[in-house]
Design a protein around this ligand. Structure first.
Ligand SMILES: Cc1cc2nc3c(=O)[nH]c(=O)nc-3n(C[C@H](O)[C@H](O)[C@H](O)COP(=O)(O)O)c2cc1C
Length: 338
């Protein structure tokens, strides 16, 4: 019997696949089906900073941070009624999810600035969440804002959330940091117990007829896994935070690669929207076959075996790989193609 158990954020989990934040978990019935199919944990959809500020009518307190542009920006944001759940409904849903299944339930908070809204983290803890995933999707649009200023803002946010709860907090990170190892280390120092690599960058599409910019959400493809594998492989063994991979995990091979890179967990959203919740069961079965064939007894035996610390030729993770890849391209292929 192969040991699929793993750990993430200090939680002992029965397997390496969790369901990442998606509207699929807005149904308790779906959450039961996720557990039944073998999901080791579920992250609920996000509560947004902007929504919480609006809801709590804490505008005065939060706007007094001196950011008039923030007050202005609220005009561009969705109306309160456009958010999927009020925070009261969210907390009730969390309680019902906890009652319905035995696997850990993680809540998701989505925001960028520290402020009064982070106190909702405590409500989430009291409602029974096993952990909080903090999604820190932020875009720098101000020419006067330095990258270290963006990072400082992130670290302060993480510190303030970690200071109000005892449950573990993981950070769903953008991949666009100049020095990811430094940022991840700073988050560890700020109290984070894990990092989820990476947030997907949802670019709005351009409508050239209407001369407008429109939101567009498409599902991921497995090709999105590569930057995540490489980041996990670089971080593994250098930090005391657990690593989860979210983005491009669709098959057993994707999960195995992620564990080999050094991840403790993988997360799935798009694959479940495309193939259904039962897909988890199939992926776990495929993994079992592969592990048996290759005579592994547990995932622990392979974790990090393809990380930067373990491979003999680290140039695969450094500039050497870039040069090798470009040099290996044969002009002959191009000539033949034409
Ligand atoms: C329909 C949909 C809704 C999502 N909503 C959220 C959300 O509320 N909060 C969040 O942190 N991520 C959200 N995500 C992102 C996923 O949790 C996940 O990180 C991302 O889709 C990459 O994983 P995948 O390749 O398995 O889809 C959403 C994704 C999808 C497809």
């Amino acid at each position: 019997m192969i040991d699929f158990s793993t750990h993430y954020l200090g939680l002992k989990l029965k397997g390496p696949i969790m369901v990442s934040s998606t509207p699929l978990s807005e149904s308790i019935d779906n959450i039961r089906r996720m557990e039944d199919a073998g999901a080791a944990a579920v992250v609920l959809t996000s509560l947004f900073e902007e929504q919480l500020i609006l809801e709590s009518r804490a505008l005065d307190e939060d706007l007094s941070r001196g950011t008039e542009s923030f007050a202005e920006s609220l005009h561009y944001l969705p109306e309160l009624s456009d958010y999927r759940m009020t925070h009261e409904v969210y907390l009730e849903h969390l309680r019902r999810a906890k009652d319905a299944v035995n696997i850990p339930i993680l809540a998701s908070l989505n925001g960028v600035t520290k402020g009064g809204w982070v106190r909702f983290a405590r409500d989430i803890e009291q409602a029974g969440a096993d952990a909080i995933e903090l999604n820190t999707y932020a875009l720098a649009t101000d020419c006067g804002q330095t990258s270290s200023n963006v990072e400082m803002q992130l670290v302060e946010l993480v510190e303030s959330v970690c200071s109000v709860v005892k449950i573990p907090v993981s950070i769903k990170l953008s991949q666009f940091y100049t020095s990811l190892p430094f940022v991840a280390h700073s988050l560890q120092e700020a109290g984070a117990r894990g990092v989820a690599l990476f947030n997907r960058f949802y670019q709005a599409d351009f409508d050239i007829e209407a001369l407008d910019v429109r939101p567009s959400l498409h599902f991921s493809s497995p090709s999105e896994l590569l930057p995540r594998l490489h980041a996990a492989a670089i971080l593994y063994g250098h930090l005391n935070v657990d690593i989860a991979i979210t983005g491009g995990v669709h098959s057993a091979e994707d999960v195995l690669k992620s564990i080999m890179a050094g991840a403790s967990m993988t997360m799935m959203a798009s694959a479940l929207h495309i193939h259904g919740i039962e897909h988890i069961r199939r992926v776990l079965a495929d993994m079992r076959l592969w592990l048996e064939k290759h005579e592994y007894n547990s995932l622990w035996e392979m974790r990090g075996c393809l990380s930067r610390r373990s491979v003999p030729d680290t140039s695969s993770f450094d500039r050497g790989n870039y040069i090798k890849t470009l040099s290996s391209y044969s002009m002959r292929q191009t000539v033949d193609a034409f």
